[in-house]
Ligand binder design. Structure first.
Ligand code: ADP
Ligand code: ASP
Ligand code: MG
Length: 419
């Protein structure tokens, strides 16, 4: 017998028929004698709609009420799945975040899970009842509903898997695993059989939204084995989970030492969520960077890439950096407010940029990976506006018009294309 957490994303629960299909996946596991906690997202598009309504109600609004509204999509799907399971003769009930309880901090809109105590929920799942949990939500110390940020149901699932000490956490989605790049834009992308936590963490945080970054972080810390797989395969044709094995369908996210064949570059990710800010004619003297990035840090704005030009005359230079696009307006305001301390001639913001990244643990032991990347992009006439690197990734900022060309070029360059 295996204790399993199964998570189904928005497209997998898009309507009642899809939820019925999800129930068949659950039934397969229950029939095999496995214990299941199931996490569901809201129906596809529902969370966007709910967010839009909060904005329509008031552009600036109380984030506690925002959470109360946007958490409601998952309430609907969890209840519907429990109804369908019961109708199939499977013992089950729905659980909202607060009922489990999934305890979080009070950072509404992007709350962090702090604790899932042992409770009736845990006892009932261990006792064989299917617990259908509304993903994406928890409860704060102030007794308010919180949500975990977009894609947060993945994190609900991994947190529950850790709390239940589950054998496995299966993330069912609309693709059959983690690919070398987003299969929607790279037709030649290949499914990875396995990917290390570290690489998955970079892939997710650099734009591959197949798993929420926090869910990977949490899986890494608590050693939760994640299997990413498709909910659209025939539920009865898949093997139920058995102890100590993984069925081989989808992608297993696991420790690096469980991966035999290591690539130099395992994947290419991209994100359009960043915006570029350029300060023109900044004084080239000590303390200037602090005068720019100090006020941004005070305003809780995260800066990602930074490029400072060498000045021609030793007096002035240009300074470019990136922030999340939704922080762009706030960033410009902060920079304008600090104008007299910083001293610059003009500030420009633009959102028509994309960050493209190559990721792979093999980079640790191979030289020339970045040089090859820059050369290939130059040959395609793609100008690089900023660069950042870490031990296992290289990210570049380019004009967003070149997104697909850049991603596909790099995908071929590192031999990731499917035959
Ligand atoms: P869900 O609603 O099931 O949570 P998401 O839309 O959040 O699904 O995530 C699945 C999507 O992630 C896929 O449809 C795919 O387009 C996208 N994606 C981006 N990068 C990758 C990648 N490297 N591998 C697989 N999917 C990816
Ligand atoms: N429904 C939420 C969202 O769309 C959470 C999730 O799907 O994981 O972001
Ligand atoms: Mg998702």
């Amino acid at each position: 017998m295996v204790l399993l957490v199964m998570k189904f994303g928005g497209t997998s629960v898009a309507d009642v028929d899809h939820i019925r299909n999800v129930a068949r996946h659950v039934k397969r596991e229950v029939d095999a004698g496995n214990q299941c906690a199931v996490v569901v997202s809201a129906m596809a598009g529902q969370t966007n709609q709910l967010i839009e309504w909060t904005r329509e109600a008031a552009r600036l609004h109380d984030t506690r009420e925002y959470d109360s509204v946007v958490a409601s999509g998952e309430q609907v799907t969890s209840g519907l799945l429990a109804i369908i399971l019961q109708d199939m003769g499977i013992s089950s009930r729905s659980w909202l975040g607060w009922q489990v309880p999934i305890k979080t901090d009070s950072a509404h809109g992007s709350a962090r899970i702090q604790e899932i105590p042992n409770s009736q929920f845990v006892d009932r799942v261990r006792g064989g009842e299917v617990g259908v949990v509304a993903g994406f939500q928890g409860i704060s110390e102030e007794n308010r509903i919180t949500t975990f940020g977009r894609g947060g149901s993945d994190t609900s699932a991994v947190a529950l898997a850790a709390a239940l000490n589950a054998d496995r956490c299966d993330i069912y989605t609309d693709v059959d695993g983690v690919y070398t790049s987003d299969p929607r834009i790279v037709q030649k992308a290949q499914r990875l059989d396995r990917i290390s936590y570290e690489e998955m963490l970079e892939m997710a945080s650099l734009g591959a939204k197949v798993l929420q970054t926090r869910s990977v972080e949490m899986a890494m810390v608590h050693n939760v084995r994640i299997q990413v797989r498709s909910s659209f395969e025939n539920p009865e044709e898949l093997e139920p989970a058995t102890e100590g094995t993984w069925t081989g369908s989808g992608t297993l996210v696991c420790d690096e030492d469980e991966i035999v064949e290591k690539q130099i570059v395992s994947g290419i990710a991209y994100t359009k969520d960043e915006a570029k800010v350029t300060l023109l004619k900044v004084a080239d003297k000590p303390g200037v960077a602090a005068s720019v990035f100090g006020p941004l840090a005070d305003a809780s704005i995260n800066v990602d890439m930074i490029v400072q030009n060498v000045s021609d005359d030793g007096n002035y230079t240009d300074l470019t950096f990136t922030v999340m696009s939704n922080d762009l307006d706030k960033t410009i305001k902060v920079i304008e407010a600090a104008r007299s301390e910083i001293g610059y001639s003009d500030v420009k913001g633009s959102t028509d940029v994309v960050k493209v990244s190559i990721i792979g643990v093999g980079m640790r032991s191979h030289a020339g990976v970045a040089a090859k990347m820059f050369q290939a992009l130059a040959e395609k006439g793609i100008n690089i506006q900023a660069i950042t690197t870490s031990e296992i990734k290289v990210s570049i900022l380019i004009d967003s018009a070149y997104t697909e060309l850049a991603v596909r070029t790099l995908h071929s360059l590192y031999d990731l294309d499917a035959e």
